[in-house]
Design a protein around this ligand. Structure first.
Ligand SMILES: Cc1ncc(COP(=O)(O)O)c(C=O)c1O
Length: 376
């Protein structure tokens, strides 16, 4: 027997107030450590069925094809594009941050003919401009991000849906950061393909990506000219494992314990009450905003477009971004995020997602940032 050093023993508890992952509740940790079942065990299948029901509920959809993809949010993004895009297909991608840029990369790799419209980072997608564009040209797919985690902006998916209704375009939406923190109404907003992630407002560790496809999107998938080029993410194959009205067919070994975690996280949301969960996010966001403004700090995004779960704050002139974040981590055990791309060094991204969005965390953070900035 050899005794190896166990790095896990020294993991510190960090208050995760960055752009994700967020804090995980003890009940979800407990769920993760339940005994592993087989991926076709009838009891596990009961849990799968319930996960689908809870996902439909949180996404406000009746889509049968609603399930968690094995992989992080980017796997969900890839799933949506790889199933719907064939070489030469036209797409319009609406960009106002890193994740819109990533969508263009993913769609282009699949041979999509991508037009993009970019809006200033920190401002929302301009619906009137999109409307003008759609009057000039029609697209197979129009894609955008609901909650742009890189900037803290909430995009008007509801208003975009109004201009897309009555067109033949498929509406593809990223809800990685929004799901579980603000309302996501897949059916009402006419969304055809949507993906999310477990490590933000669902408050699970990273590793699963809930997705949902409308019947219209699924018929596009089943009528493709060529097979989906990615075997692992092919929804027509994955559906054979997840759809409860058919005999389940092995596709890949489901990440059983992660699915327990997601099941428990969704249960916790509905036990608290989804409206209460949204209210808790909003109230803690406002408390944080007031506290930051009291310290002389300014929110980066204008008032009506701010996300409650991702607070972008301008870094004051002369303050060392990295030093502040390192002090918060090393001295106070609090993680926040820095800016990405053009916003690197200009903003901090303070997450209040899921289990992190609690009053005591806001208090702890405000005390820490106050003394950290004074340390300058
Ligand atoms: C809006 C958005 N989309 C997609 C992703 C990618 O998800 P992941 O990092 O889990 O692959 C993220 C991750 O931060 C995100 O915030």
């Amino acid at each position: 027997m050899v005794k190896l050093k166990n790095l896990l023993e020294d993991i510190k508890e960090i208050l995760l107030m960055g752009p994700g992952p967020s804090c995980v509740s003890p009940e979800v940790y407990k769920a993760l450590s339940r005994k592993t079942l087989g991926h076709l065990d009838p009891y596990f299948i009961k849990i799968m069925d319930e996960i689908q029901v809870l996902l439909q509920k949180i996404m406000n959809t009746n889509n049968k094809l609603t399930l968690p993809i094995s992989g992080t949010g980017s796997a969900g993004m890839e799933t949506c594009f790889v199933n719907l895009v064939e070489p030469g297909d036209s797409l319009l991608v609406l960009i106002n941050g890193v994740f819109g840029v990533r969508m263009v990369d993913v769609a282009t790799r699949l041979g999509g003919q991508v037009d993009s419209m970019e809006f200033e980072w920190g401002t929302p997608i301009n619906v009137d401009k999109v409307k003008e564009k759609l009057e000039e040209k029609s697209y197979k797919i129009v894609a955008g991000v609901h909650a742009e985690t890189s900037t803290g902006v909430s995009n008007p998916i509801d208003k975009l849906s109004e201009i897309l209704k009555g067109t033949d375009s498929l509406f593809l939406v990223d809800t990685v950061t929004s799901l579980g923190g603000i309302e996501v109404k897949v059916d009402e907003w006419g969304i055809d393909a949507v993906y999310s992630g477990t490590q933000k407002c669902l408050s699970c560790p990273p590793g699963l990506s809930p997705v949902s496809f409308s019947d219209k999107a699924f018929s596009v998938i089943t009528n493709r000219k060529k097979k989906v080029p990615n075997w692992y993410l092919d929804m027509s194959l994955i559906a054979q494992y997840w759809q409860s009205d058919r005999k389940r067919v092995y596709h890949h070994t489901a990440p059983i314990n992660m699915l327990y975690g997601l099941y428990q996280a969704l249960r916790l949301i509905f036990e608290e009450g989804i409206e209460n969960v949204f209210k808790r996010h909003k109230e803690n966001h406002l408390k944080l905003k007031d506290g930051l403004e009291g310290l002389g700090l300014n929110m980066y995004v204008e008032e009506p477009y701010r996300l409650p779960m991702l607070n972008a704050v301008s870094i004051p002139e002369g303050v060392d971004d990295l030093k502040v974040r390192q002090t918060l981590l090393n001295k106070f055990s609090i993680e926040i995020g820095g800016g990405l791309g053009p916003l690197a060094g200009k903003i901090w991204r303070i997450g209040l997602m899921g289990y992190t969005a609690r009053s005591e965390n806001v208090d702890r953070f405000l005390e820490a940032i106050e003394s950290t900035i004074n340390l300058k």
